[in-house]
Design a protein around this ligand. Structure first.
Ligand code: SGN
Ligand code: CA
Length: 527
């Protein structure tokens, strides 16, 4: 009798455990859908929900709507602010030294044999699709459907782009941002309606060379755009770092200016003429009559107007997606994210491009709407980074997160329930040098108030900023004696963080990474 009782008890417990496990982890058609909208090089300073110089001049109503109806994250920081590496970190939830994708130039090839979150969602019962920019140089794995930009090293083209459509090369006619959205919506229409889905809709815009759609080419012809505070930065105290790059307005090319080459040149020579400004050390002077300040101002005006115009199309097309979800009764059960692979300089410190650990390129936009779960108007200030995206999406989908994912789910943070032991600082590391743009490799730590950076490649320079008193990062306080003990504490914390993520490389080994031509595959073998 007692034996019988024990047996039944065992089976009841077994049944309950199995049931609770299945309830927690099995994907049903009630599981939330995910639309992950992503762009290339979109600075928070160019999104009106984040405020900034262009809030009234160039608003982004559809991105703002996602934020208003859900959450806006103000401290999402990129672990390596450049395209391929950031994308690899997002997909794998790991730092570059773990996933092997350190840099674009010289060997950026993503090892597609490794775990990614779209694969986990697919295995968990999700239908998955990728449309638009991929830029990882190896075939996407984990997607039921893909159609991604090829040509120009997978940067893709603004006009008449060529796509890899599930293995077939297809040239399309039109403007990339509109086309990419068309294909995403077509996939949504054709998908199997019985399963939850995850769609990665990834725009090429607003990447260089910032070509707007025809209808937006002349949006701000009659006005002069405002200049950021640090546009004429003197780089005092930062001469060897911010002061020694090829990403100031001087390095803006003829193509960036959308100048027209002389008709008399052959096509090949016309292309070369347009490319002037791309080679190391090559700077374009627009006219002999202009002073260097006038030259820089003129370039900035063209740059910022074209950049913001490409974003107008991104925002319009996000509006189309939101409307599709609403019209098709998908609004309630679909998580919508908008983010970008890193931030971007919009003339701050006189720069375009990204790479530096300075705020403008370090900060990624991130807004998310999840009706009924994330309260409208939520603001999250916690320090989050791109390695946290994968575990968060899996957490929301109810799919297991493997232990070797380095990021942490911030699902609770979105519900204003941040755990007490949430990280207080983050570790950053940029490796690519010297091309493009000649930014010294560096690593650093950033907490809610301070930032400490070490540029180590062929210089040995430290920078320290108090972001509360100096949000523009122009006062490098590294030699200020009153901060010495604070700097020491941060240095220790930086080394601890670096080590805790498994980056124990010496400066020599780090230089090897910057100098050598290898892809993710080879470097992964080395681990
Ligand atoms: C291209 C651009 C660079 C840019 C990199 C990386 N040059 O090489 O200005 O920094 O892409 O961008 S261009 O000649 O193609 O315009 S990223 O988004 O892929 O990281
Ligand atoms: Ca990018």
């Amino acid at each position: 009798m007692k034996n019988q009782f024990n047996k039944s008890f065992f089976w009841i417990i077994y049944f309950l455990i199995t049931l609770s496990y299945c309830q927690e982890k099995s994907v049903t058609n009630k599981s939330p859908n995910i639309v992950f909208i992503f762009s290339d090089d979109h600075a928070t300073n160019a999104i009106s929900a984040y405020g900034g110089l262009f809030t009234d001049l160039a608003p982004t109503p559809n991105i703002d709507r996602i934020a208003k109806e859900g959450a806006i994250l103000k401290n999402v920081l990129c672990t390596n602010a450049i395209c391929g590496p950031s994308r690899a970190s997002i997909l794998t939830g790991t730092y570059s030294h773990i996933n092997g994708y350190y840099k674009n130039y010289k060997g950026g090839v993503f090892n597609n044999q490794q775990w990614t979150y779209p694969q986990a969602l697919q295995e968990g019962g999700y239908q998955t699709a990728l449309v638009g920019k991929w830029h990882l140089a190896s075939e996407p794995v984990g997607f039921d459907y893909f159609k991604y930009h090829i040509s120009k090293g997978e940067q893709g083209l603004y006009w008449d782009p060529i796509y890899n459509d599930n293995g077939n090369k297809i040239k399309e006619k039109g403007y990339a941002t509109n086309l990419t959205t068309d294909f995403a919506i077509e996939w949504l229409q054709e998908r199997n309606k019985d399963e939850p889905f995850c769609l990665l809709l990834q725009f090429k815009a607003p990447h260089r060379e910032w070509s707007p759609d025809k209808k937006y080419e002349h949006l701000w012809n009659d006005i002069e755009m405002p200049y950021p505070l640090t546009f004429n930065d003197s780089y005092l105290g930062r001469e060897l770092t911010a002061g020694d790059t090829e990403m100031t307005m001087d390095y803006f090319s003829r193509q960036d200016m959308k100048m027209l080459p002389p008709d008399s040149l052959t096509q090949k020579k016309q292309r070369r003429w347009l490319q002037y400004g791309f080679k190391p050390g090559e700077t374009v002077k627009l006219s002999k009559k202009l002073s260097s300040q006038e030259n820089r101002n003129l370039k900035y005006q063209k740059y910022i107007k074209d950049y913001l115009a490409t974003i107008r199309s991104v925002d319009d097309n996000i509006g189309r997606v939101l409307k599709y979800l609403k019209d098709n009764n998908l609004e309630q059960n679909t998580i919508v994210v908008y983010s970008s692979d890193q931030g971007f300089f919009l003339g701050e410190h006189g720069f375009f491009d990204k790479r530096f650990m300075y705020e403008e390129s370090l900060k990624m936009p991130f807004v998310i709407r999840y009706p009924g779960v994330v309260k409208p108007g939520t603001i999250v200030n916690d320090i989050i980074s791109n390695i946290d995206f994968a575990p968060t999406l899996l957490d929301m989908a109810g799919v297991n997160i493997p232990e070797n994912v380095q990021g942490k789910s911030f699902f609770q943070n979105l519900k204003e329930n941040t755990s007490k032991d949430w990280r207080q600082s983050m570790y950053y590391h940029y490796y690519e040098y010297p091309y493009y743009h000649r930014v010294q490799p560096h690593y650093g730590i950033r907490d809610q108030r301070y930032k400490l950076i070490h540029f180590y490649y062929n210089i040995d320079v430290w920078e320290f900023y108090d972001l509360r008193n100096d949000p523009s990062e122009i006062n490098n306080l590294i030699d200020n004696p009153s901060h010495a003990s604070l700097i020491n504490r941060l240095k220790t914390e930086l080394y601890q963080l670096k080590k805790s993520y498994g980056n124990n490389m010496s400066i020599e080994e780090l230089r090897y990474i910057s100098d050598n031509d290898f892809g993710g595959l080879e470097s992964n073998k080395k681990q």
